[in-house]
Design a protein around this ligand. Structure first.
Ligand code: 3HC
Length: 308
């Protein structure tokens, strides 16, 4: 049984998008051997590029103009990162598997079923889901595996955000919780524990706040620019709610709220997370935020980091 983070030697991360690549990076930076898994070599190479550009940013701060030291730091982290398109083969060699694929329940259940069958009996299977109940994902695994299932929820940008939420379902064992606590501490994060409730801690507070900011603008009470300025300068948030929705992805915000409004335990039908015409219109137009070049603000021609 794994009781300390030190017992975890190899981590498999499934999904090489922004979140998956970020998790791979922080795990490799903290000394773990990591296998990054995705469906195609093309997706894996995009994941490697996300990691390299983030590492360059960190290396620039750490080593300034010392190009040799920066290169050695980046190469060292990359030397612990392996890539694969075979999730079950990688899981069979890992003590911890972190899933960060699309937010689609059936896809996650199919993956967890396959991972359960392929992994040694002590391997922990964790999900980075932000919107699906861990218990629903866990329905696809055997009774014996249930004690090794948990949520491990990172935040964007993963290398920068210090928090990880550890989500326990009733069956999650204390040893598994302690292992995840120690692994995330070793990654330099501050873990917090939460039950398997919609949005856990951060999104349960953040998402209704985003929706209230939409209602405020829809009523014509204030402009989105003034709402963003107000929350940055009056509440000390690093981004205003509209900048943050552009950062997280408008489709993601819509997906989370639609799911909760239809089905969320304890939040179903709550007008706090009811539909927003403004959000629906932008998503229908494929204005999804930074990733599509346009959301509440425009990012075209100025790079995804800046808004015009
Ligand atoms: N990799 C490495 N470092 C990064 C980075 C990355 N991808 N992105 C930002 N950084 C670092 C920068 O290097 C800089 O470091 P320094 O302070 O040591 O110099 C620091 O972060 C600040 O970055 P910038 O100066 O470029 O820009 P900002 O000061 O505007 O900060 C931000 C950017 C960190 C994104 C900040 O605006 C922020 O914290 N925003 C809020 C993000 C947030 O709330 N995330 C949670 C979203 S909810 C979520 O993820 C849950 C999901 O389930 C929906």
């Amino acid at each position: 049984m794994y009781a300390t983070g030190a017992d975890v030697k190899r981590i498999t991360v499934i999904g090489s998008g922004l979140m998956g690549a970020g998790i791979v990076q922080v795990a490799a930076q903290s000394g773990y051997n990591v296998t990054m898994v995705d469906l195609s070599p093309d997706s894996l190479s995009k994941g490697q590029n996300i990691i390299t550009s983030s590492l360059r940013r960190i290396a620039k701060k750490k080593f300034g103009e010392d190009a040799a030291a920066a290169k050695s730091f980046i190469d060292d982290v990359h030397s612990r990162i392996h890539t694969s398109t075979d999730s079950t083969q990688s899981a069979s060699e890992s003590q911890l598997v972190i899933e960060a694929i699309v937010e689609h329940l059936k896809a996650k259940q199919d993956l967890f079923r396959a991972l359960d069958n392929a992994s040694p009996k002590n391997t922990i299977l964790a999900s980075n889901t932000s919107s699906l109940p861990i218990e629903d994902i866990a329905k696809s695994v055997s009774e014996e595996r249930r004690s090794k299932i948990a949520g491990l929820h990172f935040f964007n940008p993963v290398p920068q955000m210090k928090l990880v939420e550890i989500i326990r379902i009733p069956e999650t064992s204390e040893e598994v919780y302690q292992t995840l606590f120690n692994v995330t501490k070793k990654m330099g994060k501050s873990p917090v524990a939460c039950k398997d409730t919609p949005g856990f801690i951060v999104n349960r507070l953040l998402v209704p706040y985003m929706m209230e900011s939409l209602r405020l603008v829809e009523r014509g009470d204030a402009t989105k620019e003034d709402v963003d300025t107000a929350m940055k300068l009056g509440a000390g948030y690093p981004m205003g709610p509209f900048e943050l929705m552009d950062y997280v992805g408008l489709d993601t915000v819509k997906f989370i709220t639609d799911g909760w409004y239809a089905n969320g335990k304890g939040i179903k039908g709550d007008k706090l997370v009811g539909p927003s015409q403004l959000l629906n219109k932008l998503v229908a137009e494929q204005s999804l935020g930074r990733k599509s070049g346009k959301g509440f603000y425009s990012y075209e021609g100025v790079g995804a980091d800046k808004k015009s």
